[in-house]
Ligand binder design. Structure first.
Ligand code: PLP
Length: 390
C-alpha cells in the first residue's frame, strides 16, 4: 500500500483550524490531534455536493450512519453491530457527557486511567462526577490497565470506568483478555464501562483491536462504546460521533437520552461519517495507515539521532507519540522550552495527568519532512542546552 502524502506546508498554513491558527507562522504545529492530509475523496465529494446544494440544515432522523457504521465495524474489526443499537451526537466527548449523566449521579466517582486524553478529567467533572485516577501500569512489555487498581476503586464505590481503547497518548491497544477481565470486574460491582474508541480505525495492520463490547458477553452487558470517524478522517470540525450498545438494557439507557442530543449532530458531519465508513474509503484509510506506520518508525530513528535519552515506545495505533524527556534533566516543562526555543508546538505532558511530568505528546500525522524538521529543531535545542550546562 502506498503511503498517503501529506499536503504541502504552505497549503496547510491556509487552513483555519486550531492546529494552524493557534501559534505564529514560524511554529511547526505538532500538538492537537488534526492531521495534514487531503480528505478521503468520498468525503470531499459528499461535502462539495452538499455545499453546492445549500444542503446545510438539520440532520435527518436516519442519515445512513447506522448502516455505514455496521459495515465498517464488520469489515475493519470483524465486529457485528446491531444497527438498531447505534445512535449519534455531535462529538465523542458530548457522547461521554451524556452517558455519564445517564449512568451516574452527581458525586459518583468515575475511574480514569492517566496518562490520558486531558478532556477526560474535565468531562467527568462537567457532569458532577468525581474522578478516581487509576494510572496505567508500565513495564518492559509496555502499557496496560491496572486491573487490581480498578477493582479496588470499584469495590470502594466508584461507579464507572472511562476507558480509552486504543489509549491516547500511549497508542496502546488493550488485549481482548484485559478487556474481558475489566468487564468481569465491572459486573462484579454493578459498574459501567464507557469505552472511547475514536482511535480504533487507526490500529495498525497486524495488531488485533478488540472493541470493548465484543470482548465478552459480560462486556456487551456492562459497556457503552463511543466512537467517530473524525480522528482517522480528520473531520472533527464537522461534529458527528456514534454511541453503540450491545445489550437490551444498555440500549434502553441510550434510547432514553433526550432526542435533543441527536439533533446536535452536524449534518455535514453525518454525511462525512457515512462517506468515511463506506467501503470506497477503505483504500484511503489503508494508505493513511501506511504513512503513519512509516512515520512512527521514522520518529524512533529521529529521536535516537537528535534527542538521545528520549524514551518513546512505538504506538500500535493512532498518530500520537508519547515521549519521556525526563532524562534531559530540564527543570522547566519540556513543551514550554520546545515551543519557545525550537518553535515546535507539542502537547504538555502533565495535562494528561501527573504521570506526564517531563513528557511531551507529538502528533506525527504529518509529512516525514515536517516530522524531521521538528525533531531536528528540538535536537538543536537539546544540544545547545547541554553545551551551556556542560
Ligand atoms: C481519546 C479521544 N477521545 C475523544 C477525542 C475528541 O473527540 P471529539 O472531538 O469527537 O469530542 C479525542 C481527540 O483527539 C481523543 O483523542
Amino acid at each position: 500500500m502506498t503511503p498517503l502524502d501529506a499536503l504541502p506546508i504552505e497549503e496547510l498554513r491556509q487552513r483555519s483550524s486550531t492546529k494552524w491558527r493557534r501559534y505564529d507562522a514560524d511554529v511547526l504545529p505538532l500538538f492537537v490531534a488534526e492531521t495534514d492530509f487531503a480528505l478521503a475523496p468520498a468525503i470531499t465529494r459528499a461535502l462539495v455536493r452538499a455545499v453546492e446544494r445549500g444542503d446545510t440544515g438539520y440532520t435527518p432522523p436516519e442519515p445512513g450512519i447506522r448502516e455505514a457504521f455496521v459495515g465498517f465495524a464488520q469489515r475493519r474489526f470483524g465486529w457485528d453491530v446491531d444497527p438498531a443499537r447505534v445512535r449519534w451526537t455531535c462529538d465523542v466527548m458530548m457522547a461521554v457527557v451524556e452517558l455519564l449523566r445517564a449512568v451516574t449521579s452527581p458525586g459518583d466517582r468515575v475511574v480514569i486511567t492517566p496518562p490520558v486524553y486531558p478532556p477526560f478529567f474535565d468531562t467527568a467533572l462537567e457532569t458532577g462526577a468525581e474522578i478516581e485516577r487509576v494510572p496505567l501500569l508500565h513495564d518492559a512489555d509496555g502499557w496496560r490497565l491496572d486491573l487490581p487498581g480498578i477493582e479496588a476503586a470499584l469495590s470502594g464505590g466508584a461507579r464507572t470506568v472511562l476507558l480509552c481503547n486504543p489509549h491516547n497518548p500511549t497508542g496502546t491497544v488493550h488485549s481482548r483478555e484485559s478487556l474481558a477481565q475489566l468487564a468481569e470486574i465491572a459486573a462484579r460491582y454493578d459498574a459501567t464501562v464507557i469505552s472511547d474508541e475514536i482511535h480504533a480505525p487507526l490500529v495498525q495492520p497486524g495488531v488485533e483491536f478488540t472493541p470493548f463490547l465484543a470482548a465478552s458477553d459480560t462486556a456487551a452487558a456492562v459497556g457503552y462504546a463511543v466512537t467517530s470517524a473524525s480522528k482517522a478522517f480528520n473531520t472533527a470540525g464537522l461534529k458527528c460521533a456514534q454511541i453503540v450498545t450491545a445489550d437490551e438494557r444498555t440500549a434502553a439507557v441510550v434510547r432514553a437520552i433526550p432526542e435533543e442530543v441527536e439533533w446536535r449532530t452536524g449534518l455535514l458531519g453525518a454525511m462525512a461519517a457515512v462517506a468515511s465508513f463506506d467501503p470506497t474509503s477503505d483504500e484511503w484509510l489503508d494508505s493513511l495507515l501506511a504513512r503513519l506506520d512509516e512515520n512512527r518508525h521514522l520518529l524512533a530513528d529521529l529521536l535516537a539521532e537528535h534527542v538521545p535519552g528520549a524514551r518513546y515506545e512505538i504506538p500500535d495505533a493512532g498518530f500520537l507519540a508519547w515521549i519521556d524527556l525526563n532524562a534531559l534533566g530540564w527543570s522547566e516543562d519540556p513543551a514550554a522550552i520546545i515551543l519557545r526555543e525550537a518553535r515546535v508546538a507539542v502537547n504538555v505532558g502533565p495535562s494528561f495527568g501527573d504521570e506526564g511530568e517531563g513528557h511531551i505528546r507529538i502528533n506525527f500525522g504529518c509529512s516525514p519532512e515536517v516530522l524531521r524538521e521538528a525533531i531536528e529543531r528540538i535536537g538543536a535545542v537539546v544540544r545547545a542546552r547541554a553545551s551551556v550546562s556542560g
